[in-house]
Ligand binder design. Sequence first.
Ligand SMILES: C[S@@+](CC[C@H](N)C(=O)[O-])C[C@H]1O[C@@H](n2cnc3c(N)ncnc32)[C@H](O)[C@@H]1O
Length: 308
Amino acid sequence: MTDRVLALLAPALEPQGSVMVDATLGRAGHASALLSQHPGLNLIGVDADDAAIEESREVLAPYAGRVTLVQARYDAIGEILAEFGHPSVHGVLFDLGVSSPQLDDPRRGFAYSTDAPLDMRMDRAGELTAADVVNTYSAARLAQVLREYGEERFARRIADAVVRERSKAPLTSTMRLSEIIRDSIPAPARRSGGNPAKRTFQALRIEVNGELEALQRALPVALDALAVGGRIVVLAYHSLEDRAVKRALAGAAADTTPPGLPVQLAESRPRFRLLTRGAERPTEAELTANPRAASARLRAAERVRAAA
Ligand SMILES: C[S@@+](CC[C@H](N)C(=O)[O-])C[C@H]1O[C@@H](n2cnc3c(N)ncnc32)[C@H](O)[C@@H]1O
């Protein structure tokens, strides 16, 4: 959906000296396309993962004079903009979740198909690892994480099996966890829906990185930081993420005139207009080229009014 992201942000980034935040820089795929398309754009690239920042530094070397890279969680966006002297910006991009290089690096422990330590931290200085979650949470709490963040039907069975197995020896490897998950799921259910570990691994990753809390903190700050005419684009890959995005954008695009008031108050007019009707999904052609995009949902909005 890169072309759509570029098209949605383009009108806001054309002016010379425009500034945008790529809050999830990854390996700078979107960032390099944006910098190449807009010669007057300055980009602040944020990622929690130090490896993403280091690799992006190389990828973005041709644009070094227009790029600021910050290793941080995106809920620090307000502090980052203050530090670099940008009270407002013209674009913000969130491309949420895990990157392909993170999934493909077996040492990071995000993938269920290769053996690795149970880590899953995007910020490698973070305190909580996936091993901490599976070895210390109660069965009830673990089941809740798997149900809520993984939409896992067999959450309680998996959580009970994890608690049983860890009483013999601490769980430290992705493969061992995958085996426990597979053995907890009834055989008929195992035959459909892809790898049975997929939903549990997604849930653990969201828990380890506090992904939903960070997103809920970051969205209002990002919206407030946009100048009039500025645009925000968010790519979400999970229904809970998408719900948080939908709520934040719909709230910003709502008229807040108290019900029953006969006139619309200037300060109650919507601050944003929605640029997408509902959530946009990838096309068949995009899915063929990149099957990992299957769950992507894109939403965007434009600032139409300054703060009262
Ligand atoms: C899907 S990838 C982004 C890919 C990127 N758009 C590109 O074109 O290469 C998501 C990135 O967001 C980062 N990330 C996830 N949660 C984060 C958070 N709370 N704060 C900062 N970065 C985060 C991950 O480390 C990962 O590199």
